[in-house]
Ligand binder design. Structure first.
Ligand SMILES: *[C@@H]1O[C@H](CO)[C@@H](O)[C@H](O)[C@H]1NC(C)=O
Ligand SMILES: *[C@@H]1O[C@H](CO)[C@@H](O)[C@H](O)[C@H]1NC(C)=O
Ligand SMILES: *[C@@H]1O[C@H](CO)[C@@H](O)[C@H](O)[C@H]1NC(C)=O
Ligand SMILES: *[C@@H]1O[C@H](CO)[C@@H](O)[C@H](O)[C@H]1NC(C)=O
Ligand SMILES: *[C@@H]1O[C@H](CO)[C@@H](O)[C@H](O)[C@H]1NC(C)=O
Ligand SMILES: *[C@@H]1O[C@H](CO)[C@@H](O)[C@H](O)[C@H]1NC(C)=O
Ligand SMILES: *[C@@H]1O[C@H](CO)[C@@H](O)[C@H](O)[C@H]1NC(C)=O
Ligand SMILES: *[C@@H]1O[C@H](CO)[C@@H](O)[C@H](O)[C@H]1NC(C)=O
Ligand SMILES: *[C@@H]1O[C@H](CO)[C@@H](O)[C@H](O)[C@H]1NC(C)=O
Length: 461
């Protein structure tokens, strides 16, 4: 009905060409809303979902009676190709299917001449555009500050992260250059922190030895394996019946599912891949939960040393919020953090670029999801049931958390607010008000886990 009305309107106003009746395809991705094509599946791809604006129970706008005095963005890199080890496995899975299946029909027909061409590890063009969009959105949201100052920018050293920071700056730059009221200062990357072994890096884990080399690193795999045994067998049976000869294992079924998001973000405009229609909506929800289990039991509250790995950044954040020297004995680099050139304390805007696992650890070190009940390994919990926690809600490609300080009428003390992918996360343990905010002092007090060093001593065991 709505479409017919729009078509008639177009005819009436512009003239009579039947082409006008064909609606222009809506772009899948936009600056404000992120990825919105087939949200009933694409918002359930875990950390492989492209960023989308997550619904917020609390309005995410800056309250009318407040002005922003500080805005830190913590960002994941944009959409990328599969990692090198995964890309080889996906390729073999496709080759196995094509070698063993004689006849591809219906929704499988595309597999007949599908060619595996995905690369490894680097951003896709779609991912580059996501980061530019994120820089634009950040400038627009924080224009009052961004007009007169520039963010201090740090990046972890992996290529795709550094490139993400550059593309984000590009989006910020363009928007600032077009703002008549803005000064002429533009940001660039100030510090790149090495990911080499032994490097103290608050934007990349690896320094907690007993986690990296001990049994805690296997907890997530075990939880996922249990969940796979619940949701994959029915899919496996169907696909192996539909594709006689394929004889795919449960792991290969997961690979086939992974190929939906990866082929989607490999398309410059994010066109949904035909792999996606091989699975039902509820199967995608099960898949999203599978990815949430990986993050929750890998780097979240489900892992004894998960949140601990996010302490270093949290202590840096406290230093920036309070403009006082960093106090930390975990993963911070004291050489960098004691030098005002590499760790200034007087800025209003900060931007840091990192990875999904590290951001998960930081969110849990901050206790943002402390009200989330432990994730079951046998029963799906939706993000709604988990107080806004899912991998797709928190660490999709180009994920961004904003940590803001607000100066508000009627409040002498500045207030702190945290917004993860446009969803306000009501702060825990500091008496948050109805807008999810706490006073700065109460917020810092509530970060006792990070300030006390959490379980860092266990990393050396
Ligand atoms: C995306 O690109 C494809 C191929 O270039 C094109 O067919 C499709 O219409 C485009 N979709 C959108 C939403 O722009
Ligand atoms: C392929 O499958 C379709 C549908 O099941 C069937 O009609 C057709 O005969 C098959 N072709 C070959 C070459 O096996
Ligand atoms: C996929 O594997 C085949 C066979 O090993 C190889 O020739 C091809 O280059 C691989 N393709 C990609 C994109 O990795
Ligand atoms: C942003 O603008 C500054 C100043 O013009 C320039 O030095 C920098 O290269 C720009 N960065 C990007 C990524 O466009
Ligand atoms: C700390 O940072 C300095 C300056 O970049 C670097 O030379 C040093 O290797 C780093 N130390 C560790 C332990 O990461
Ligand atoms: C699954 O969860 C149950 C209940 O929390 C737990 O006892 C069990 O160890 C878990 N199994 C795996 C493999 O994660
Ligand atoms: C299917 O693969 C399994 C190993 O995953 C193998 O044991 C079995 O023989 C294969 N079945 C057929 C019909 O090829
Ligand atoms: C790097 O981290 C380790 C472990 O917490 C710490 O002992 C060391 O002093 C740190 N090095 C620097 C340069 O901050
Ligand atoms: C979150 O829970 C952990 C574990 O119980 C606790 O140590 C931490 O202080 C809590 N964080 C907040 C902000 O309440």
């Amino acid at each position: 009905m709505a479409f017919a009305a729009a078509g008639l309107l177009a005819l009436g106003v512009v003239g009579s060409s039947s082409a006008l009746l064909i609606p222009k395809p809506q772009a899948c991705d936009s600056v404000q809303s992120g990825y919105q094509c087939q949200p009933q599946i694409s918002h359930f791809w875990g950390q492989y979902s492209p960023y989308f604006s997550v619904p917020s129970e609390i309005p995410a706008d800056v309250p009318l009676t407040c002005s922003v005095t500080f805005a830190q963005i913590l960002s994941r890199h944009g959409a990328r190709d599969p990692t090198a080890s995964k890309t080889a496995k996906y390729n073999s899975t496709i080759i196995k299917i094509q070698n063993n299946v004689a006849n591809f029909t219906g929704k499988y027909a595309f597999l007949d001449d599908y060619e595996y061409t995905l690369g490894a590890d680097q951003l896709t063009d779609f991912g580059r555009q996501q980061m530019e969009n994120s820089g634009i959105k950040y400038y627009q949201r924080y224009a009052n500050l961004a007009r007169k100052s520039v963010p201090f920018v740090r990046s972890s050293s992996e290529d795709r992260v550094v490139e993400s920071a550059e593309r984000w700056i590009d989006g910020f730059n363009q928007t600032k250059a077009g703002d008549w009221w803005a000064n002429k200062n533009y940001p660039s990357i100030n510090v790149v922190i090495s990911e080499a072994a032994g490097s103290n890096n608050t934007l990349n884990h690896d320094l907690c030895n007993s986690f990296e080399n001990g049994p805690d690193s296997t907890i997530a795999d075990a939880a996922q394996k249990t969940w796979v045994s619940v949701f994959v067998p029915a899919i496996q049976k169907r696909i192996n019946t539909d594709l006689p000869g394929a004889n795919l294992t449960s792991t290969e079924i997961i690979y086939l599912m992974d190929l939906c998001p990866f082929n989607t973000v490999a398309s410059p405009n994010g066109t949904i891949s035909p792999f996606c229609s091989l699975f039902t909506e509820s199967e995608w929800h099960d898949y999203g939960y599978y990815e949430s289990l990986n993050k929750y039991y890998g780097y979240g509250a489900g892992n004894p040393l998960g949140p601990t790995q996010g302490i270093g950044f949290t202590n840096e954040l406290i230093a920036r919020l309070t403009k006082k020297a960093v106090q930390d004995h975990t993963s911070t680099n004291s050489t960098l953090d004691s030098n005002p050139v590499t760790f200034p304390l007087d800025r209003a805007l900060y931007a840091d670029f990192s990875h999904d696992n590290d951001m998960t650890a930081i969110f849990f070190a901050m206790g943002l999801y402390n009200s989330t009940a432990p994730l079951s390994n046998t029963t799906l919990q939706t993000a709604q049931q988990s107080n806004g926690y899912s991998a797709a809600y928190t660490v999709p490609f180009a994920a961004r958390a904003y940590i803001e300080k607000l100066q508000c009428l009627g409040h002498k003390e500045e207030m702190v607010r945290v917004i993860v992918n446009d969803r306000v996360i009501p702060l825990q343990g500091c008496g948050a008000d109805w807008l999810g905010r706490c006073g700065l002092g109460a917020f810092v007090d509530s970060m006792a886990f990070a300030r006390s060093g959490g379980g860092w001593a266990s990393c050396a065991v």
